[in-house]
Ligand binder design. Structure first.
Ligand code: RB5
Length: 147
């Protein structure tokens, strides 16, 4: 799978660790930055990864900032993105099964690397269950179109 990854200055080290982890699992990782500890604005990275997912450059996106909140909010403003911020694996798994999320976010200042890896693993392994959940996801997406 092609996975786009992005982060702000709070998550450079965790981004590198997660990118290596994803590569070990056999995924292609496309890095959208940032790669320095210099203070930057997380919306830019949420936007870049969100657009890459919607444009089909990548299959899924992973975003990390201090809390995962700001960067996921930014990604969710890109039409077609369904980003979830998680600090435990159960919500990550269910967000794929029921909500068909296409972007996962978490906080480098909230979870440690091992929990982050568990969150990523559960999210990637889960599959959207469709049926009644498709109807609900369609209703979410209709909001974007002003319905
Ligand atoms: C940066 O200090 C911090 O605000 C950012 O990483 C993130 O937590 C925002 O939601």
């Amino acid at each position: 799978m092609r996975i786009g990854i992005g982060n702000d200055h709070a998550a450079v080290e965790m981004k590198q660790q997660i990118a290596e982890f994803l590569e070990e699992l056999g995924h292609d990782v496309i890095n959208y930055g940032t790669d320095t500890n210099e203070s930057c604005d997380y919306p830019e990275y949420g936007r870049k990864v969100g657009k890459a997912v919607v444009n089909g450059e990548v299959d899924l996106g992973i975003l990390i900032c201090g809390t995962g909140v700001g960067i996921s909010l930014a990604a969710n403003k890109v039409k077609g993105v369904r980003a979830v911020v998680c600090s435990e694996p159960y919500s990550a798994k269910l967000s794929r099964q029921h909500n068909n999320t296409n972007v996962l976010a978490f906080g480098a200042r909230v979870v440690g690397i091992e929990v982050a890896k568990m969150i990523v693993t559960e999210w990637l392994n889960a599959e959207f269950e469709g049926e009644r959940h498709q109807r609900r996801v369609d209703l979410i997406m209709a909001i974007e179109n002003g319905d």
